[in-house]
Design a protein around this ligand. Sequence first.
Ligand SMILES: Cc1ncc(COP(=O)(O)O)c(C=O)c1O
Length: 304
Amino acid sequence: MSFNQFDFPESPLQVISHPLLKQKNITLTVKRDDLHHPHIAGNKWRKLKYNLIKMQQERKAAFLTFSGPFSNHLYAVSMACKLFSLEGNVIIRGPHLDENNPTIRMARACGVKLHTVDRATYRLRYQESYLNELQQQFAHCHLIPEGGSNQFAMLGLKELAQSLPKSDYIMCATGSGGTLAGLINASSCKTSIIGIAVLKQAEYLNSDILRLAPKAANQSNWQLMCDFHDGGYGKFSAELWQFCQTMRKNYNLPLEPIYSGKLFYALWHLLEQDFFAPGSHITAIHTGGLQGLDGLRYRKLISH
Ligand SMILES: Cc1ncc(COP(=O)(O)O)c(C=O)c1O
């Protein structure tokens, strides 16, 4: 593994011109982190980078992580495995695997070892006794949680926060809360930091965010918005998908409906509701995830 391979030029910033933004006198810049790494998109690279560096420091060339069968995390760790010649072990939610699923095909092509478990076993993935058992079985592996949100991820997200323009609001999609926590950790307390939860009943994530960003307990400049999940994790309305397509076609902003689409759809609702003070500058993080479109097409949840 060679670590100069880990430094990439910062991802571009894209300023969006849209009549609603003009009408409300809001500047919107998108941090196109989906373009940051050539193969490992968005927040996945930010989270993996310092996990890989930790592995190098500990002279480990193998990792163990957890994933669902279509996830961006699985795609990212598979790519990392291939690019950096690592042994990748993934405990994957089964009980059966569809070998034609495009994300699984990618993982197989990258040589990742997929260890299928049933749903009940998969639910144990945060339990200490289960993790201890796995750590014994995979003693040569660096452990990365599902989604990659751990203390090493915070270091990569700090780099993201430091690369952003001065903003009144920073917004991101929230799944595990890691990205939001990293942004809270490393941003000015004069900036409002808003996470848009992509899953239903996501209030429980607040405690996970506090665990990763203890300073958040003493700050009131952040919030997790839980009303924009559009039906729950992996679910989305025809309107939301239509919005994603319009943003790609008319504003050159590619979105998928599971993460980035929900973020921007929420942002547009908030604009309409005059949530943002006129004259404000918003920076929205495009956290990647566009590979997920293949999985949605494969499952015929979208048609093109
Ligand atoms: C594309 C994309 N955006 C956003 C998120 C949410 O990030 P976090 O889990 O750090 O909240 C994820 C993953 O979970 C993701 O894959």
